[in-house]
Design a protein around this ligand. Structure first.
Ligand code: SAM
Length: 256
């Protein structure tokens, strides 16, 4: 298939469509969300919380449950927000979950609007350094940011996986580099930890692969979806082969 025939919009639409109905949009787990939150000591009693690129919002629900305060959850794909709202309703959290359709690259907030900015699996959209820089003025003094970002876990990765990431997200860095970026963007590092491969297999790659197998059986897949599925399968193969080399890291930081 010729990739040029498919526009960026069609590709993104197909990518979102493929993930519709899946539990998560990327690696992670409720336990990891809770673990990260528990490491943020000294949040105000009623923090103002923003969850960017929330997707179907598994982490939004955990934040609402644990903190008992409203969580503004932003995503640019309406069906994910519908899932989040339905799940919030079911779990008695509808009052706390404020799902908002929006482009995280176009948001504008007054200085010091938020006490906590959460972003699981979506800071790559503005880019790690750019996102942290953009959000910094929105934080109240001492406000927190919690993000997950794919990072190299060891230096000198084999050529195949190095090339794969060079094409997909050249900003991927070693953990130490990311900690440096955090400090340069005006934060102190609070903590960081790497999520186990189970956060990929159980909650992301597993359900996604099963869904792709089902779709492949039904046929009638349009070229954009075919391309998206091809790329997702390639990403899965690369992860299976090279998961010791890279992984998702939770980075926790506080405005200096
Ligand atoms: C990898 S998924 C992560 C979703 C969720 N946080 C999770 O961990 O399950 C990235 C999310 O970012 C959303 N997204 C991508 N570009 C966006 C943009 N420009 N503005 C808002 N949301 C965006 C996608 O719709 C998707 O839900």
């Amino acid at each position: 298939m010729n990739q040029k025939e498919i526009s960026q919009e069609e590709f993104i639409e197909a990518l979102c469509n493929l993930h519709k109905g899946l539990p998560r949009g990327g690696p992670g787990s409720d336990d990891y969300t809770r673990q990260a939150l528990s490491r943020l000591k000294g949040l105000p009693a009623s923090p103002r919380v923003l969850d960017l690129g929330c997707g179907p919002g598994k982490q939004t629900l955990v934040l609402a449950e644990e903190l008992g305060v409203p969580i503004k959850a932003v995503d640019f794909y309406r069906p994910f927000l519908d899932t989040l709202e339905a799940d919030a309703q079911e779990r008695g959290l509808a009052e706390l979950v404020r799902a908002e359709l929006g482009d995280m690259l176009q948001l504008e907030y007054a200085p010091a609007s938020w006490d906590l900015i959460w972003c699981e699996g979506a800071i790559f959209i503005p880019g790690f350094a750019n996102g942290l820089k953009m959000w910094r003025p929105w934080l109240a003094p001492g406000g927190y940011v919690a993000v997950t970002e794919c990072s190299w876990l060891k230096p000198n990765p084999p050529q195949e996986v190095a090339q794969f990431w060079e094409q997909l997200y050249p900003e991927i860095g070693q953990i130490q580099d990311c900690l440096g970026v955090i400090r340069s963007a005006g934060y102190e590092v609070v903590d960081h930890f790497t999520m186990a491969p189970s956060a990929w297999w159980d909650n992301y790659i597993g359900p996604l692969s099963a869904h792709m197998d089902e779709l492949a059986k039904t046929g009638g897949i349009d070229p954009a979806m075919e391309l998206v599925m091809e790329q997702c399968r390639h990403e899965t193969d690369i992860y299976r082969k090279y998961h010791e080399w890279y992984g998702y890291v939770f980075y926790l930081m506080r405005a200096k």
